[in-house]
Each structure stands twice: as C-alpha cells, then as structure tokens.
Design a binder for this molecule. Sequence first.
Ligand SMILES: [Ca+2]
Ligand SMILES: [Ca+2]
Length: 76
Amino acid sequence: MSDAIAILGSLSLGTNINDCMDAADVNDDGQVDISDAVRLLGHLYLGSETPPDPFGACGEDTTEDELECSAYSACP
Ligand SMILES: [Ca+2]
Ligand SMILES: [Ca+2]
C-alpha cells in the first residue's frame, strides 16, 4: 500500500518517488499516473490481475518506454 501512496503523493504533491520511475509504472503503459495506483490497489485489495513483470520481484522492465530507472533501492 505504501507504493500506491507514494505514487499518489508524487502525482498530487510532487514528492519524489525514487530514481526509478519505471517501478511506479504498475500497469506498464509507459506513463506514471493515477491508473498505476488504482491497478496496484486493485491487485492488493480486490484480487484483480497481477501487474506485468517484474512485479513483486527485482528485475528489468523489458517493455520499451520513456521512463527512466537509474537505480532502485529496493533491489540490491
Ligand atoms: Ca502506467
Ligand atoms: Ca514500464
């Protein structure tokens, strides 16, 4: 849930998510917006479809998009 809160905080308050915007692209559409928080919360609390890989694991997003990922502290 903290990830969804971080996404919403970034969108509404401009807080910094991290150095890996691609990690916030939960639905993997190449943008970070409210649909990413909704997708994450839907999966966590309503049992909706699991977000695309590498959701729940450390790894690269193999989908080409404009989002950067210079580092992700949750992954060693
Ligand atoms: Ca997205
Ligand atoms: Ca992506």
